[in-house]
Design a protein around this ligand. Structure first.
Ligand code: FAD
Ligand code: SIN
Length: 523
């Protein structure tokens, strides 16, 4: 039985930054990070725009960043959380730079700041248009140099270990549930082992793969949220799914390639195929409105005109500066046959970020004892109904630090439970028909994209619920009978995510931020 002091599930910015802090503070304690793909594969790796951090005291202030975040969140942010995250941001950024992660600087040596939708000042710290890759590489380098961190790639967390597994079956959330670690599959051997730990951190990221078109990589299947929900943790705000307005339109791509919002921040225009700029009809900030507004506007243009795409036009911008700031975007578009210095980029909205997730308090505590959550799988109250661009890498950093401070005083006092049963696979057989898994996954993505996407209606949500119920029962039966595979576990988790998004959409009584049901009157 692998035993560790701290179990971290996920190797994106949330998991790795927590691992570094806790391993540094407790050199005699063992920290284990498990991750289901290659060590760097994560939403973090693909982040383009950057991290929102107030830097320039002449043109910017904490108050302005706070106001922008509250406005984007459409009245549903927790103000105390917003103030806390934004005021702690400079310290967390400095710390990451001390760990060896560097960002673009201007000729006078100051951090070069970009601008994105919903921001009233330039405050996006970035590394060209590959900020996430730069962060992920820097954090992994640090983690791999620390002797008391074990990083296990291709290890898939199947379920959290709680009283459910050895005491009694719990059917309602109740106080007193404790987490003792997780059951984890080594994907090389297919063995499922129990990883028993004092504390467990879920840092499993988002769930964009529940939709047909998403900017999220294949790992984003909402596993942590589904595991926490099964263990009876509180999960909320799942109805607030953020669609990014500008993903490169290519129906064959999964994930869809993102054209960063920083491109509009640099001055690019959105146009219909007739060349008409349309954003000022929807918002007086034009292309710089927050992304819920821009995505809903594009969706409306596409439906009204019967088009598949709108266009992002960068051709009027200074070519050299533009390509220097966005080399990856320029290169990827060129590979797809578009020279962005001359031609317009075909774009359409894509599922991008989950504002809801596992409820945590300001110290990253979930409603289950000794279980913490950070990053995109968590719901902190920072984003409300719509996340302000580039606030999520920041949220992950601030909350992994707060989680560390919380755990720092507790870790030594938490015992390791040595009475955990082994994983029970009795009576299961290897499924003969993989098509049962692949087809259901396709069906789920289509159903969520057609019925529970940017614009929803009561009829579509109710239909979605009925179909999800069928997929749930079919897949639970398959799960109970089968020797497990990551594909089957991901499908089961995605169905839970689809169910939570749909159920919480039906419960949402007014249109706010990224949530729009055409049968509700907008307040
Ligand atoms: P992730 O980075 O997604 O890491 C999750 C980890 O959990 C992965 O290692 C994964 O393999 C692992 N995992 C998941 N399930 C399991 C399991 N069952 N078992 C084991 N391991 C598991 N935000 C910004 O603030 N600024 C940006 O510029 C920006 N740009 C973005 C661009 C793109 C294309 C995308 C997709 C997102 C962008 N975001 C941006 C959002 C931001 O990148 C994410 O919200 C953030 O990186 C999430 O970090 P995380 O550590 O919570 O999760
Ligand atoms: C982008 O670069 O447009 C993504 C920024 C974000 O998701 O915060």
């Amino acid at each position: 039985m692998p035993q560790t002091d701290v179990l971290i599930i996920g190797s994106g910015i949330a998991g790795l930054s927590f691992a570094i802090k806790v391993a540094q503070r407790f050199p005699h304690r063992q920290v284990t990070v498990i991750t289901k793909a290659d060590e760097g594969e994560s939403n973090t790796k693909y982040a383009q725009g950057g991290i929102a951090v107030v830097q320039d005291s002449i043109t910017d202030s904490f108050e302005k960043h706070i106001d922008d975040t509250l406005r984007a969140g459409d009245g549903l942010c927790d103000r105390a959380v917003v103030e806390m995250v934004i005021s702690e941001a400079p310290d967390r950024l400095r710390e990451m730079m001390e760990w060896g992660v560097s960002f673009d600087r201007n000729t006078s040596g100051a951090l070069n700041l970009g601008r994105e939708g919903g921001h009233t000042a330039s405050r996006i710290v970035h590394y060209k248009d590959v900020t996430g890759l730069q962060i992920e590489k820097g954090l992994l380098k640090r983690v791999n140099a620390m002797p008391n961190i074990t990083l296990l790639s291709h290890h898939f967390a199947i379920d959290l270990i709680t009283e459910h597994h050895f005491k009694h079956k719990i059917i309602q959330p109740e106080p007193g549930i404790t987490c003792y670690g997780a059951y984890v599959m080594d994907q090389h051997t297919c063995r499922i082992e129990k990883y028993v730990s004092r504390i467990t951190l879920l840092a499993t990221g988002g769930a964009g793969q529940v939709y047909r078109t998403t900017t999220n990589p294949l790992i984003a299947t909402g596993d942590g949220i589904a595991m926490a929900y099964r263990a009876m943790a509180r999960v909320s705000d799942m109805q607030f799914v953020q669609f990014h307005p500008t993903a490169f339109y290519d129906p064959e791509d999964n994930p869809a390639f993102l054209i960063s919002e920083a491109v509009r921040g640099a001055g690019a225009y959105l146009r219909t195929k007739d060349g008409e700029r349309f954003m000022f009809t929807y918002d007086d900030r034009g292309e710089m409105a927050s992304r819920d507004i821009v995505s809903q506007a594009i969706d409306n243009e596409l439906i009204t005109r019967g088009d598949q795409v709108v266009y992002l036009d960068c051709s009027h911008l200074p070519k050299k500066d533009f390509v220097e700031h966005f080399p990856n975007i320029a290169e990827k578009c060129l590979a797809k046959g578009i020279d962005i210095t001359r031609e317009m980029i075909p774009v359409a909205p894509a599922a991008h970020y989950l504002c809801g997730g596992i409820d945590v308090d300001p110290d990253s505590r979930t409603s289950i004892a000794n279980l913490y959550a950070c990053g995109e799988c968590s719901r902190t109250g920072l984003h409300g109904a719509n996340r302000l661009a580039s606030n999520s890498l920041l949220e992950a950093l601030v909350y992994s630090h707060r989680c560390f401070l919380e755990v720092e005083n507790k870790l030594e006092g938490i015992p390791v439970n040595d009475a955990i049963p082994d994983w029970n696979a009795e009576g299961t057989v290897v499924p003969q028909e993989q098509i049962l898994i692949t087809h259901t996954r396709k069906e789920l993505r289509d159903l969520m994209s057609d019925y529970v996407a940017i614009v929803r209606s009561n009829e579509r949500l109710q239909r979605a619920m009925k179909r999800l119920d069928i997929l749930y029962h079919e897949t639970e039966k398959l799960y109970d009978e089968s020797v497990l595979s990551p594909q089957l576990c991901e499908l089961r988790n995605l169905i839970t995510i689809g169910f939570l998004i749909t159920k919480q959409s039906l419960e949402q009584k007014e249109n706010r931020g990224s949530f729009y049901n055409k049968d509700l009157v907008t307040s």
